[in-house]
Design a binder for this molecule. Structure first.
Ligand code: C2E
Ligand code: MG
Ligand code: MG
Length: 572
């Protein structure tokens, strides 16, 4: 049955009024997907006039955010159900992309077959923004704009997973402002709010971007230090926060206000491995600070707290020692076992502490390595050893090779070879007058890079020795590739010679192996005649140890050198 004239007229009016819709964009496509009609709202949203789009496929609207697969699925559903709706990101004529909600339906002919598609869409940018805003508000504190408790917890859970995977540490600091209630009462809430905003921005300046500062409630904050590698780093931040907090805050029209804080710290994994226990323990530590007079910080574990304080102090003291020139070099002779001649000197660092007296390297080198202060200390040591060697030569003393110990960190330095070159030039020493003692671990750490550096030093003419040989894990296969001249047998093997059969066997094996590889073998830590006899019997090349001489300050060593050889001590 065909439509009456009246009905067709109504249809036309109806579609005309639909097409006039001011908010919803409308386009009608033919079966081939070409645009037949668009309305004004279409042009308003997309920026294209109808002349620009009629007869074209709407692909010019694609933003690239949806892949081919997406459109395939959409057309499939349209062909099956005759309808599709969803969210699509499209591109306007001016290039910007925007989200739209679109519903597409097939329009059937009178015979019931689909002959057109009508797509009705609205720009939902605004709605999206307010959704995002809602998500933001759900995760942030409105006053300070800091992440709130919920976001902090989410991040903590993520960080714990990451720390677990990467075997890292992390820390939670629970911060409570001291007597903030009284400030609020005295100055009013508006001032209180402004104070909190200022404090929030001060807190932000203390941490890295990867860390999270959160306002939990009224005057309590918390900080998540993700990837916190060292306990001291955490302690330093706690100190920094206390310092920043106690710096007076001046708000318009008010006298300066001083706020202090109490901080409790818990550490992953030491104090807990889940978010709840980390929060609780940080809070408990904070409560301890409150009970003990406020304005301070405490680690949940007292033991960690004490240790970290000690380490912070040591770190600062080492830095000061460098500035105040408190380091000295001592020198210990190395002897040729056959001739009894001194063949070289090993420089060994000492720290002359103004209060504690002489400190041995074992008590500060590890910390210097951890903090990278070993780099300036090492450069200082290399220079001073070379300068001293030059001075002795200028005085006419025999030109002895000077040995300098190098830590792994120094050995990884990019400009190491250049530095060595410069120091040698400036002290006018030939490269062969310098020997660098490195440990097995240096050589084994990043083997290829290590070998490259060794080759460069070797090409320069500098001698290389492997120190403390035998206690590390060097693969003997690699040893062949190292361009070293000397192996120094670790003193732990020498100490018990010849009574300890294992040590005796190891020492004898190292000497034999060294000789097979054409290396000179030196035994360190020789203290007794019996040790010496064993080494002589096994044809060791050189010795060093208290039996001959302690490490000595430069002047004392000079007197010692003038005495000549040690042939008497070597008599069998
Ligand atoms: P090292 O290079 O293996 O030095 C040998 C250590 O053994 C020195 O200890 C030396 O004083 C000690 N020693 C020498 N003969 C004997 C002996 O007969 N008996 C005993 N029991 N000990 C003896 P020191 O001076 O305390 O140095 C310890 C370590 O610190 C050194 O081991 C070295 O690894 C490191 N070190 C020393 N000076 C420096 C430096 O300037 N830079 C770097 N990176 N490390 C250094
Ligand atoms: Mg050494
Ligand atoms: Mg050694």
């Amino acid at each position: 049955m065909s439509k009456t004239h009246k009905q067709t007229e109504t249809d036309t009016q109806l579609s005309a009024s639909i097409m006039k819709h001011r908010l919803k964009g409308i386009m009608i496509l033919d079966l081939a997907g070409k645009i037949k009609v668009v309305n004004e709202a279409f042009s308003k949203i997309t920026g294209y006039s109808d002349e620009e789009v009629l007869g074209k496929m709407p692909t010019f609207l694609y933003s690239g955010r949806q892949g081919e697969h997406f459109y395939k699925k959409m057309w499939h559903q349209l062909s099956v159900d005759g309808e599709w709706q969803g969210e699509i990101w499209n591109r306007r004529k001016n290039g910007t992309i925007y989200p739209e909600w679109i519903s597409i339906s097939g329009i059937p002919s009178e015979a019931g077959e689909i002959i057109h598609f009508v797509a009705i869409f609205s720009d939902i940018t605004e709605r999206k923004l307010s959704e995002e805003r809602l998500v933001y508000l759900a995760h942030h504190d409105i006053l300070t704009d800091l992440p709130n408790h919920r976001l902090l917890k989410e991040r903590l859970i993520q960080s714990i997973k990451q720390a677990e995977r990467k075997q890292q540490k992390l820390a939670i600091l629970s911060i409570d402002l001291d007597h903030f209630k009284e400030v609020n009462e005295a100055f009013g809430r508006t001032v209180g709010d402004e104070l909190l905003i200022t404090i929030a921005s001060r807190l932000k300046s203390t941490v890295r971007d990867s860390d999270t500062i959160s306002r939990l409630s009224g005057d309590t904050f918390a900080i998540l230090l993700a990837e916190s590698s060292e306990i001291e780093h955490t302690a330093t931040i706690a100190q920094k926060i206390l310092h920043l907090l106690s710096t007076p805050i001046t708000l318009d029209g008010h006298r300066p206000i001083i706020i202090t804080g109490s901080i409790g710290v818990s550490l992953y994994p030491e104090d807990g491995t889940d978010s709840k226990s980390l929060f609780t323990h940080a809070e408990q530590a904070m409560t301890r600070v409150k009970n003990q007079g406020r304005n301070g910080y405490k680690f949940y574990s007292e033991e960690i707290g004490a240790r970290s304080l000690e380490r912070i102090e040591l770190k600062m003291a080492i830095r000061r020692a460098l500035e105040r020139d408190e380091f000295e070099l001592y020198y210990q002779p190395k002897l040729d076992l056959k001739t009894g001649e001194v063949t070289g000197l090993e420089s060994l660092i000492r720290w002359r502490h103004p209060k504690k007296g002489l400190i041995l390297p074992a008590d500060f080198i590890p910390m210097a390595e951890e903090t990278n202060l070993i780099i300036p200390i090492g450069e200082w040591g290399l220079r001073v050893a070379c300068e001293q060697s030059r001075r002795w030569r200028d005085k006419g003393l025999p030109p002895l090779r000077i040995a300098v110990n190098f830590s792994a960190r120094q050995f990884q330095q990019e400009n190491l070879v250049e530095n060595v070159c410069t120091v040698l030039q400036e002290t006018n020493l030939e490269p062969a007058a310098l020997e660098l003692e490195i440990t097995e671990s240096i050589a084994m750490d990043q083997v290829d890079k290590g070998i490259k550096t060794m080759n460069k030093l070797n090409a320069l003419g500098v001698r290389l020795a492997i120190d403390d040989f035998g206690i590390g894990y060097s693969s003997l296969g690699y040893l062949r590739q190292f361009p070293v001249h000397t192996l120094k047998v670790d003193q732990s093997f020498v100490k018990n010679l010849p009574q300890n059969k294992d040590d005796a066997a190891i020492t004898a094996a190292i000497i034999a192996m060294g000789h097979n590889l054409n290396l000179e073998v030196i035994a360190e830590g020789v203290e007794t005649k019996s040790e010496l006899t064993f080494l002589q019997a096994h044809d060791c090349d050189g010795v060093q140890g208290f039996y001959f001489s302690q490490p000595l300050p430069a002047e004392q060593l000079e007197t010692f050198l003038k005495r000549g050889t040690y042939k008497n001590l070597l008599k069998k």
